[in-house]
Structure formats: structure tokens, C-alpha cells
Design a protein around this ligand. Structure first.
Ligand SMILES: Cc1ncc(COP(=O)(O)O)c(C=O)c1O
Length: 399
């Protein structure tokens, strides 16, 4: 057998389809990825740390990154976490997988927000638990009804170790829980003995900053585990993130066999990020992408108001997504084949729920395209809406 030649095997996870404006991808705009600044940081990290940049890393992550990260969170959140409450991970998805592996046993019930990040549902499901939506009202998770649900599940002899949510610039809705809901939820979860797993992936993408204070920063140690990521603030390919949890949880993670064997996760990239931060490049980069994504958000909002005025939505104050509600029941699901025939795509709302619901909705991402392309995509979506005859309540999908 001959080895494949250079350039014949795939390099990246996804490619967008030729000719389709795919508003489904929650991926960064390519020119928002800091290629040159990262090259400089790589060289600087190798010069500063020498061979130790390429050695096995410290179990919880390299000190320079953890020190800087805790300080940064002190600036962009309600309080700085303690370095002893910090564990560097290979991204937020990895952090979620790790914390689920510590907290959950097969057959447990894990509660989730609705709607919520659809791929987190996959990560949680890998732990062979039952995923149950927490009760919600118009303001998000309902703390009293959630506590009641937990009591009912526990009465059946089952454990409810954790509740996963994205309270700040939720994926897919872009909305954030109010301060009052945050404290009521923390109190209710603590009383019910449920750990809140707070996915804080979009904290840095606030338009305008600052984002609301996290559940983690406003609660007693042990009530909340916060997971974070550099995927949106710097680059997803780094596979770099962290979690903040009570020190015994961090110690348990650091004592796991794979850390004992392989050292801290993603050590060389972690040290490079520390250098990227120390040089001021992180701060400059986040400021630049905040204004870029804010412009892209505004372009998408303007286009939807103009070309799809039937859609209801709240303008998100952060993150990457616009969550549309179409008047026709099933609109978000049924429009998709018409949209794809018109050369545009999106994620149907149904994907973000555990139950068979959400068919009114669809998620558009404004992260991947410049304003002109976003406008062209929504023009196609408006055209698809007319062809589908949704206002008249039609339809047989095309092709
Ligand atoms: C809420 C949320 N959490 C986690 C992730 C993935 O983060 P990472 O790439 O760090 O695993 C995403 C990416 O879309 C996300 O939207």
C-alpha cells in the first residue's frame, strides 16, 4: 500500500458547500483568526520557555496561563476565580465531558436548559444518562419549578447530579438570564443538591461589554462549575479552554490517569496563549473581533427586518446567533428545503430541544460571513419564504 501524498487527506472538520450561504455554522470569520499574531506568540513562547514549552505540562495547566486567565476573568466577570479552582482543558466540549465524567453515573438524570447548545446534548448523552429539559418560562429556566422537578425525580430513586445551561448569550437564542433569575437558580439548585454546569463560552463576545456576571462568580464555592473556551475569543483549532470548580474537583481531574500519564492538556498551546496574552495581543484581538461581530450582527438584523419581516426575534447583546420565530407552526423546520433550494441554509430550531418542539424557530449565525454575504443570504431566505407560501400556510417541499 502506498502512503497518501501531501495534500490528499482532509485538514479541517467542515467545509461549506459550494454556492450555498450556510448561516448554520457557528464558526469564526476566517480573517478574524489571528494567524500572524499567533505565529509571533509561538516564536516568543518557544524563546521564553525553551524546552519546557515542549515538555509534558503541569497537571492543571501552565501557571502563566492560569494566572493571566484568572486576572482576565476578574476584569470581564463579577470576580476573579482562584487559580486553585482552575483546570485547563482542550476546549469547552472537553470541559463538559470531564465534569460529566466526574459528576454523573449511568442511569442518572441530567437537566438541561431549553433551547440549548445542541452539541452539548451529544457530549452529555455519551455518559449514558437520561437528559430531561428543565422547566422554562419566558425568562428562561424557572428555578422553583426546576426544584420541584428534581424532588419528583429523586422520589423515584434517581440521582440528578447536574443541570447544564448557557446563561450568557445562549446558543441558540443569544439571550442572557437576568441577575434575579441567576441568583434564584443558584439558590434553588444548591437546595436541591444539583450542580449547575455553566457554559460561559461567549463571555468575551459582548456588544457592548461587559457581559453579565457569571453564576460561578456570584455563588458559593461548589454550587457551580463554569466551563470556558478560547474557541470563540481566539481560535477553535487551538482546542483550548478551562473549567472553574471547587478545588477538590480540580484536584480529582488532575489526579486522573491520563493526566498522570500525559501531563496537563494541550500544554504547548496553553503556554503560547499565555504569551499571546502577555504581549497584549489577546486584548487587541478581542477588541477587534467584538467590533467585527457587532457589525456582522447589525448587518444580519437589518437584513432580516428588510427581507424576512415576518420573523420575530430579540437582538442579541452578545454571541454569534439570531434566533428567529416564524409565524407558521413548523415554519423553521419546513422552510429548510426551500431555503436550500434557494442557496441558503441554517439550523432548524428543533435541534436545540430534547423534546419534539421548537419547529417555529431557526438559528442564523452571523459569525462566518461579511455583511454583504449575510445580506445576500437573508435575501435568499426571504425568497424561499415567499416560494414556500408560508404566510398562506401551504406546503409541499421542493425537489
Ligand atoms: C455554548 C457552546 N459551548 C461550547 C462550544 C464548543 O466549544 P469548544 O470548541 O471549546 O469545545 C460551542 C461552540 O459552538 C458553544 O456554542
Amino acid at each position: 500500500m502506498t502512503a497518501p501524498g501531501p495534500g490528499t487527506l482532509p485538514t479541517v472538520q467542515f467545509r461549506t458547500g459550494e454556492g450555498t450561504i450556510d448561516l448554520g455554522w457557528g464558526h469564526p470569520h476566517p480573517s478574524a483568526l489571528p494567524v500572524d499574531a499567533w505565529a509571533e506568540a509561538t516564536e516568543a513562547a518557544l524563546r521564553r520557555y525553551g524546552a519546557s514549552a515542549l515538555a509534558y505540562g503541569h497537571p492543571t495547566g501552565p501557571g502563566p496561563l492560569i494566572e493571566w486567565l484568572c486576572g482576565r476573568l476578574g476584569e470581564v466577570d463579577g470576580a476573579a476565580p482562584d487559580p486553585g479552582q482552575t483546570f485547563v482543558t482542550a476546549g469547552a466540549s472537553h470541559a463538559l465531558d470531564l465534569i460529566a465524567s466526574i459528576l454523573c453515573r449511568p442511569g442518572d438524570v441530567v437537566l438541561v436548559d431549553s433551547p440549548t447548545y445542541h452539541l452539548a446534548l451529544r457530549v452529555i448523552a455519551d455518559h449514558r444518562v437520561d437528559i430531561v429539559p428543565a422547566p422554562v418560562d419566558a425568562d428562561g429556566i424557572d428555578p422553583a419549578a426546576t426544584a420541584e422537578l428534581v424532588r419528583a425525580i429523586v422520589r423515584q430513586g434517581r440521582r440528578v447530579p447536574m443541570l447544564y445551561l448557557v446563561p450568557t448569550f445562549n446558543n441558540p437564542t443569544g439571550r442572557s438570564l437576568s441577575a434575579q433569575r441567576r441568583s434564584a437558580l443558584v439558590a434553588a439548585a444548591q437546595r436541591a443538591g444539583v450542580t449547575l454546569v455553566e457554559d460561559d463560552t461567549y463571555r468575551e463576545l459582548a456588544y457592548p461589554a461587559p457581559a453579565p456576571a457569571s453564576l460561578f462568580s456570584g455563588s458559593e464555592v461548589g454550587a457551580v462549575v463554569r466551563i470556558g473556551s478560547f474557541a470563540k475569543s481566539v481560535a477553535p483549532g487551538l482546542r483550548l479552554g478551562w473549567l472553574n470548580a471547587a478545588a477538590p474537583v480540580v484536584e480529582a481531574l488532575a489526579a486522573r490517569g491520563y493526566v498522570d500519564s500525559g501531563g496537563g492538556v494541550n500544554h504547548t498551546n496553553a503556554l503560547t496563549l499565555a504569551e499571546f496574552a502577555a504581549s497584549g495581543a489577546y486584548r487587541r484581538h478581542v477588541e477587534a473581533i467584538r467590533s467585527r461581530y457587532r457589525r456582522q450582527r447589525d448587518a444580519l438584523v437589518t437584513a432580516v427586518r428588510r427581507d424576512l419581516p415576518q420573523a420575530g426575534f430579540t437582538v442579541p447583546a452578545g454571541g454569534w446567533f439570531l434566533w428567529l420565530r416564524l409565524p407558521a407552526p413548523g415554519g423553521g423546520t419546513e422552510l429548510l428545503p426551500y431555503a436550500e433550494a434557494a442557496g441558503v441554509s441554517y439550523v432548524p430550531g428543533r435541534r436545540f430541544f430534547v423534546a419534539d418542539t421548537g419547529h417555529h424557530h431557526l438559528r442564523l449565525s452571523f459569525s462566518l460571513f461579511d455583511p454583504a454575504t449575510l445580506a445576500a443570504g437573508v435575501r435568499r431566505l426571504g425568497e424561499a419564504y415567499r416560494v414556500a407560501g408560508m404566510a398562506a400556510g401551504a406546503t409541499t417541499p421542493p425537489g
